[in-house]
Design a protein around this ligand. Structure first.
Ligand code: BES
Ligand code: MN
Ligand code: MN
Length: 459
């Protein structure tokens, strides 16, 4: 494999093309951007076609379409299924961005834009790696692309898409770049992702907003009741109080935890980067452990009553919150959803009514380091970084990865090139140019080594 010359010659154009994609505000969560989401799908479909893929098309779902493309080299060769997403998170709050989120800009060697890393930048590495391999006659195996537009809203239509298209998606491995590595000088491969349960809760007190003078002190205030209920979900050790919540959590041995602690991590730099004096989390666990092998519960948003200008004396009728739990591999989202709802309702005093709605759910994953998926990724990284990658667990979720295993029977290689400091979902999201290019350079080697390993395994 010789990738450098083609990459060197075309890298400027690769960045410009990515910029064209980043300029399309494909925010799946906000109906205002509906047309843009479709446009972003069409944009990458065209780029796949130019890169030498065949059958490039948008497959409609009840939501946003799936971009599909493939390139067949030979039926006896293995097939890599590349997954990515073309939708992005909302860019709010806009005023905290140093340059507009949908006007990409390079500063200090980094691309700044919403989606720069998550996941347009990382997905585009795969499109350009495909171009590189087809144009230089180095594609060693078959490839299929499946790029969705609803990842950031929970991949709502993806399970049924997988169920209905098992034949079309038949492959030997899934390759995903939608995670981070420790650093360009310390490459790592993700072997764990957490699962997720996301709820919206509603607390209703009186049947209408009331004058807080006439009624205040005599009628339950739903905002205050809700705040009390949320607070009660954790004890003073930051342990989640929902009965049964930890039943299926895997406890790691002292040796395993010691091994995990060898991963480089600078707590001082971490605090400094976040602008906090101290970290906070479940007693008895380190920061890395709290964000990888332990489940969590977070309030993502809380609202109700009057929040406009000036003072309005009101005792509100209703209060709302969005609450999510990150789950670890063995926990089942369906079971946790039930436990949460039951417990949350039980926390409510008689003075209010409570509703709990489950908005999305997904399972965690563990990628075994002896799988061909992991081994091929590790060989590719070692080849282009000159260092053996460290296997790491991550705190985020990509629910479809569990579905790939369950429905298609496929293992996934989580070969991400982002960094934890890329500000995903935050203002000033960015992606290093060096990371982008390193990804394009490394991906062809994944194909190469995966093909080699599959053939050795007598495929
Ligand atoms: N790319 C992220 C997931 C991620 C981020 C994995 C950082 C590892 C490290 C993905 O786009 C994402 O944001 N996922 C959501 C899932 C949810 C919307 C169902 C998440 O983790 O919150
Ligand atoms: Mn992502
Ligand atoms: Mn995301």
């Amino acid at each position: 494999m010789d990738v450098q010359p083609y990459l060197e010659q075309h890298k400027q154009r690769f960045v410009e093309e990515l910029f064209g994609w980043l300029r399309i505000p494909s925010v799946s969560a906000d109906p205002k951007f509906r047309d843009d989401v479709f446009e972003a799908a069409e944009y990458v479909r065209m780029r796949l076609e130019e890169a030498g893929a065949e059958q490039c098309r948008l497959i409609p779902t009840e939501g946003f379409p799936i971009v599909y493309a493939e390139k067949t080299v030979g039926p006896e060769l293995p097939t890599v299924l590349v997954y990515g997403h073309y939708d992005v998170q909302p860019a709010d709050p806009y005023d905290l961005w140093h340059s507009p989120p949908f006007e990409p800009q390079v500063r200090d060697g980094k691309i700044y834009a919403r989606g720069a890393c998550d996941d347009k930048g990382q997905t585009y590495m795969h499109v350009k790696a495909l171009e590189l391999m087809t144009k230089t006659g180095q594609l060693p195996c078959n490839v299929k692309f499946m790029i969705e537009g609803e990842e950031e809203i929970g991949s709502v239509h993806l399970e049924s898409f997988l169920q209905e298209n098992k034949q079309l998606l038949q492959a030997d491995v899934v390759l995903v770049s939608d995670t981070a590595m420790i650093g360009l000088d310390c490459p790592s491969i993700t072997i764990g992702l957490r699962g997720l349960c996301y709820f919206e809760v509603e607390v209703t007190g009186p049947n209408r907003d009331l004058h807080s003078g006439t009624y205040g002190g005599a009628v339950a205030n739903p905002i205050q009741v809700l705040a009390r209920m949320i607070t009660a979900l954790k004890d003073e050790n930051q342990h989640i109080t929902i009965p049964g919540f930890y039943d299926d959590v895997i406890e790691y041995t002292a040796e395993q935890r010691a091994e995990m602690a060898r991963r480089p991590f600078d707590l001082e730099a971490y605090k400094k980067e976040l602008g906090i004096e101290e970290v906070e989390g479940e007693a008895g666990f380190s920061t890395i452990e709290r964000t990888t092998i332990r489940p969590t519960l977070e309030c993502n948003g809380i609202w109700g009553g009057y929040t406009g200008a000036g003072a309005k004396t009101v005792l509100p009728s209703r209060a709302f919150a969005k609450i999510s739990c990150r789950l670890v591999a063995n926990q089942q989202p369906e079971k946790i959803a039930e436990l949460f709802a039951k417990h949350f309702v039980s926390l409510a005093p008689k003075s209010v009514k409570v509703q709990v709605r489950l908005l999305s759910a997904g399972r965690g994953v563990i990628v075994p380091t002896d799988s061909l998926a992991y081994r091929a990724a590790a060989m590719a990284i070692e080849r282009t970084f000159g260092k053996k990658p460290i296997p790491t667990m991550e705190g985020g979720s990509i629910p479809v990865v569990a579905s790939f295993e369950k429905i298609l029977g496929l293992k996934t290689a989580l070969m991400g090139f982002g960094l934890d400091t890329d500000a995903l979902h935050s203002p000033n999201e960015n992606f290093g140019l060096a990371n982008f290019f390193k990804g394009i350079e490394t991906i062809p080697f994944f194909y190469h080594y995966f093909t080699q390993l599959s053939q050795q395994n007598g495929r």
